[in-house]
Design a protein around this ligand. Structure first.
Ligand code: IPE
Ligand code: IPE
Ligand code: MG
Ligand code: MG
Ligand code: MG
Length: 347
């Protein structure tokens, strides 16, 4: 089965709309981003069941915590719900839950953490699509927020989703004030000028300019990698503490997975169709953005994605024998499956 990412064109998708991604693991119209086969079986029924369960859970958590559109200001609240609900792969929440499994975190706590990270992501997309940034009209198979509403509303949607994210991390249900302060600081840093927003600034300043590979890596690590890394670390922080060594391995995994995510985004921008992506294909080239494809060429960008995926698995193997029951092997394998998904996804 291969459905388009236009999972639900209705802005009022219900919270229990399953976001089925099954069958989108490898192959496809443009081929997989990496040439190498998945290290873990992609078609494993359990993985897709798990993925769909978490996606449904996170959709419900977002629905619960977003202000109701019937409350004032109606239009802003409706637009916030439009930007955050009913679409997206929910990769960051999936990483939150997978990392939370490592540390035995309670699912109710992970709901809050996953929703917080996804709200920051949804905010970043609403702003990324604005005419003053990437000027995109299509997102998740629907008109972008400023097209559906207006630019000022999309700006305020971003502002409001961002602050709501921090409100969720301050929720007493997370239950450990000291840990919560640590989480808030981590998400703030990942989102701000030394993380996502900073990466966006580098991205805009780099239009039409060739970047060196280290410069491109820094840009990607900030604009996309920082939030993906935060998703992993925050998920783990919601449970029992890991040892310093385990934290280092998890962090290594998170950083490489974050970079891998954006390398694959660059590849898909020039290999997948608009219909499959749910956003306008070929935008990077049209906007003269430096990407891994423009820097290295498509084949080398794919090889680099495969290399990064290998590095994510190397980091995970330090946490436990992948797939082994007990210790951290089984939950670490879940993170490995997500690294495979990030690498082999088609949109
Ligand atoms: C797109 O992110 C923007 C980037 C950071 C590259 P995703 O590919 O995770 O978008 P959704 O959430 O699935 O729509
Ligand atoms: C977006 O990168 C990164 C953030 C939203 C922070 P892109 O501009 O490449 O993302 P898409 O391709 O529009 O989803
Ligand atoms: Mg952009
Ligand atoms: Mg963009
Ligand atoms: Mg892109």
């Amino acid at each position: 089965m291969s459905v388009s990412p236009n999972l639900d064109k209705s802005p009022s998708a219900t919270p229990d709309t399953p976001l089925s991604l099954e069958g989108r693991g490898a192959g496809g119209e443009g081929g997989s981003a990496s040439n190498s086969p998945p290290l873990l079986p992609q078609g494993e029924r359990g993985f897709f069941d798990w993925m769909s369960t978490i996606q449904t859970r996170v959709e419900a958590a977002l629905d619960r915590h977003l202000p109701d559109a019937s409350s004032i200001p109606h239009r802003l609240h409706e637009a916030m719900r439009y930007a955050a609900l009913g679409g997206g792969k929910r990769v960051r929440p999936l990483l939150v839950f997978a990392a939370g499994e490592l540390t035995g975190a309670a699912p109710e706590k992970l709901d809050l953490v996953a929703a917080a990270v996804e709200l920051i992501h949804a905010y970043s997309l609403a702003h990324d699509d604005l005419p003053c940034m990437d000027d995109d009209v299509l997102r998740r198979g629907r008109p972008t927020c400023h097209v559906e509403y207006d630019e000022a509303t999309a700006l305020l949607v971003g502002d409001s989703l961002q602050t709501l994210a921090f409100e969720l991390l301050a929720n007493p249900a997370l239950g450990d004030p000291a840990r919560q302060v640590e989480m808030i600081a981590l998400l703030a840093r990942a989102s701000g000028s030394r993380g996502m927003a900073g990466g966006q600034a580098i991205d805009l300043a780099a239009v039409g300019k060739p970047l060196t590979q280290p410069e491109l890596e820094l840009m990607h690590a900030c604009k996309t990698g920082a939030l993906i890394r935060a998703a992993v670390l925050l998920g783990a922080l919601a449970g029992a503490p890991l040892t310093a060594e385990q934290n280092r391995s998890l962090d290594r995994f998170a950083r490489r997975a974050g970079l891998l995510f954006q390398v694959v985004d660059d590849i898909l921008d020039c290999t997948a169709s608009t219909a499959t992506l749910g956003k306008t294909a070929g935008k990077d080239e049209a906007a003269a953005k430096p990407t891994y494809v423009t820097l290295l060429g498509l084949a080398a960008a794919r090889a680099y994605a495969a290399e990064l995926r290998g590095e994510t698995f190397a980091a995970l193997s330090e946490l436990g024998e992948l797939g082994e029951l007990g210790e951290l092997g089984k939950p670490a394998a879940r993170l490995g499956q997500l690294a495979d998904f990030i690498c082999h996804r088609q949109f």
